[in-house]
Design a protein around this ligand. Structure first.
Ligand SMILES: [Zn+2]
Length: 427
């Protein structure tokens, strides 16, 4: 399993951990099949049982961490979007603030003009009253003149022509005053019209100000709510971060337990390798299970050296090609197992028993299986389609040569384990 380029290790470190754990289980399995249990130390079955439950614990923690990381990512994107919203709202609020200031200045200007116009109107009103008074006076004088009789003219000592001149003069004055009165009336009317317009402008400006203040208040309320949500999201993100750290620490602990169990097991048993009676290396009895490219070899690959398997090697070879491309039986045989581990380990896998060779071949991460247990298959026959199920980041087949293939029922599915050797010994 695992055909990851080195640069993907970090992103998939959690998956890597579980893979490491699976390798330990496999190591255990291979020895348990080959060497009898010693009675003095803990039995292989006991250790195997412990490993199995630890295995489940690692899977559980892994899933939990993945979920937490998903939630954390979601929170972080919420925080980013809230920050953007708050920034946009602040810009909008500032803009409206400036508009309110402009409107307030306009209101003040309009009010000053209204005041000025009022003073002008009052002045014109006074002029109007004064002119009216003059007019009344002139009219009275003219009436008086109309009523003058010859006797009074004689008494006044003035000549008739003198009195006539005075009368004409008064009449002219009356006429001019009348004109002046009309003019002042017109000016006053214009001023009143102007004032009405100003009053209307003032009312409109005040309405605009009220409206702008309403907008500003609504935006401010929205911003406050976003600020509150931001603080909340930041707290939640911190919470997720600390949960992840806690879970990672716990998982590390479990992996250390697995490592020590693996050591305990090694102390009780010998190593693996090709058992007596198996076909000799280089006999070329197998063909490639895919037309793809080998992206990771067996054993201490660069990826394994990088610590991906906690110091252990890769237990098969990885051949990558397109999703859904054919996976072939690498020798004649009978389908011995078909398993599905879901999102963990080998995902969907098939094993084929080659009785004449004394071992099984195993094909992991399949998209689909095309055979059932008990089916006879011929070398080169399509048995499944390449996929990326289980712990895998891209379509590839994990190909193994397994002596003494066994399976263990785990919470997440049927887990195969065996005494594996480098498939290239037989390819
Ligand atoms: Zn692999």
């Amino acid at each position: 399993m695992i055909s990851l380029p080195i640069n993907k290790i970090k992103r998939h470190k959690l998956r890597g951990r579980v893979r490491v754990m699976i390798i330990f289980v496999l190591c255990l399995a291979l020895v348990s099949g080959a060497v009898p249990t010693q009675s003095s130390a803990r039995s292989i079955e006991e250790i195997s049982g412990d490993l199995s439950s630890l295995n489940n614990e690692v899977s559980r923690l892994d899933a939990e961490i993945a979920e937490l990381e998903g939630q954390l990512d979601e929170k972080r994107s919420q925080i980013r979007s809230l920050n953007n919203d708050i920034e946009e709202l602040s810009t909008e609020i500032d803009k409206i603030g400036l508009e309110i200031q402009n409107t307030q200045a306009k209101i003040k200007r309009t009010e000053a003009e209204i005041e000025k116009t009022e003073i002008s109107i009052r002045t014109k009103e006074r002029e109007l009253q004064e002119t009216k008074r003059l007019l009344v006076e002139y009219i009275r004088l003219i009436n008086d003149a109309d009523n003058v009789n010859a006797f009074e003219i004689l008494l006044s000592g003035k000549s008739f022509s003198e009195i006539l001149n005075q009368f004409e003069y008064t009449e002219t004055l009356q006429k001019k005053t009348q004109e002046s009165l009309e003019r002042i009336k017109q000016i006053k009317q214009d001023l009143e019209q102007q004032q009405a317009t100003l009053q209307q402008q003032r009312v409109e400006a005040i309405e605009l100000q009220t409206q702008l203040e309403g907008q500003r208040d609504a935006l401010s309320a929205t911003r406050s709510e976003k600020d509150r949500l931001l603080a909340l999201s930041e707290d939640e993100a911190k919470n997720y971060e600390s949960l992840i750290v806690k879970n990672e620490a716990l998982q590390k602990e479990v992996l250390q337990d697995i490592e020590s169990l693996e050591k305990e097991l090694s102390a009780q048993t010998g190593g693996g390798g090709i058992p007596a009676g198996a076909p000799p290396a280089g006999s070329g009895v197998l063909s490639m299970p895919s037309n793809g490219i080998e992206v990771q070899g067996y054993g201490m690959t660069d990826f394994a050296e990088g610590g991906a398997y906690g110091g252990s090697g890769h237990n098969g070879i990885d051949i990558a090609s397109g999703m859904g491309s054919p996976v072939y039986a690498s020798a004649d045989g009978v389908v011995s197992q078909v398993g599905d581990l879901g999102g963990v380990a080998y995902g969907r896998w098939i094993s084929v028993r080659h009785n004449d060779l004394g071992f099984d071949t195993l094909y992991g991460h399949l998209l689909a299986s095309k055979v059932s247990v008990g089916d006879s298959v011929a070398k080169g026959q399509i048995i499944g389609l390449m996929g990326s199920t289980g712990y895998s980041t891209g379509p590839h087949v994990h190909f193994m040569v397994c002596f003494d293939l066994r399976t263990q029922q785990q919470g997440y599915g049927l887990l195969p384990y065996c005494n594996h050797v480098n498939p290239h010994l037989y390819l």
